[in-house]
Design a protein around this ligand. Structure first.
Ligand SMILES: [Zn+2]
Length: 296
């Protein structure tokens, strides 16, 4: 498009009129529609005629040369830019971080990410110049920065620090190069209830007092869906586990919830009152008596 008339005719800018005419005759013989009926020949023939129309007219040629000279001083030789062969350049990747909560990590969720990515200038198509002047849209950079909102689907059961790849959603490639990728790093905020998940099963540690362990009773436990109450039997041991059905991870296919394993841990109280302390001493005395009597 930006080929000079001299380039079209394949002659030096200093060529004389007779040289121009000679070259025109040569090219016209090759591309004349009567001789060559291809589309390319038709285009070339039009180009040649346009070039000759300007270059054989002294006034037109003078103006044309002045314009070329002027454009050389205001910006780098555009004809050179046009002729340069570029290797494809891959667009750079973009990485963004998103935070989701524990529940979202289990069930899956969506996040809208805002990214600034570079893209080919729509005005100059990366040529940096428009109508012979520095492109006003991209300020001669050939590319512009665009803000884009992308909705990212975060699949269920995602682990903390997982990296999702959205192919081709990064910066645009140049000269036919591939677009970069968008990487989304998912940070899962820790559950406030200390629930953990392994292979689709939810785990929870429940701390109980020694007397609850001995006497049994109702204890409250956390689940993904809120608090639940379970009944533990008398003489429950530390690290004994209880299985809760239908309070775990929701299976989207079957629409059923999985299981949760509650592990009991007996916790020694740290804030005993004098009265409680005396009662434990009493228990110790009784235990000692049993030993001496040969009961245990
Ligand atoms: Zn531009």
């Amino acid at each position: 498009m930006l080929k000079s008339y001299y380039e079209i005719l394949n002659i030096s800018p200093n060529a004389s009129k007779s040289e121009i005419k000679k070259q025109y005759k040569k090219l016209a013989k090759m591309y004349h529609p009567d001789i060559n009926s291809s589309l390319e020949a038709e285009i070339r023939f039009k180009e040649i005629n346009k070039a000759i129309e300007v270059l054989l007219d002294d006034e037109k040629r003078k103006n044309y040369d002045a314009l070329r000279e002027n454009s050389k001083t205001t910006y780098k030789e555009p004809y050179q830019t046009q002729k340069e062969k570029h290797n494809p350049i891959h667009g750079e990747d973009i990485t963004v971080n998103v935070k989701i909560d524990f529940q979202e990590a289990i069930l899956g969720t969506y996040r809208v990410v805002n990214i600034n990515h570079s893209t080919l200038c729509p005005k100059c198509q990366g040529q940096k110049f428009a109508n012979g002047l520095k492109c006003p849209v991209c300020d001669g950079l050939g590319e512009i920065t665009q803000n884009r909102k992308i909705t990212v689907k975060i699949p269920p059961s995602i682990k903390n620090h997982s990296k999702l790849r959205l192919k081709g959603e990064g910066h645009e490639g140049k000269y036919g190069g591939k677009n970069g990728n968008l990487y989304v790093i998912v940070e899962v905020e820790k559950s406030s209830d200390d629930l953990t998940i392994n292979n689709g099963t939810v785990y929870y540690n429940k701390y109980i007092s020694p007397y609850t362990a001995i006497l049994g009773g109702d204890v409250k436990v956390a689940t993904l869906w809120g608090e639940a109450t379970i009944k533990i039997p008398p003489l429950t041991k530390s690290f004994q586990s209880f299985k809760l059905m239908d309070v775990g991870v929701l299976n989207e296919k079957t629409n059923k919830k999985g299981e949760e394993i509650v592990k009991i841990i007996i916790q020694i109280p740290s804030d005993l009152t004098d009265e409680e302390y005396r009662l434990y001493e009493k228990l110790q005395e009784i235990n000692l008596k049993k030993k001496n009597a040969g009961i245990i």
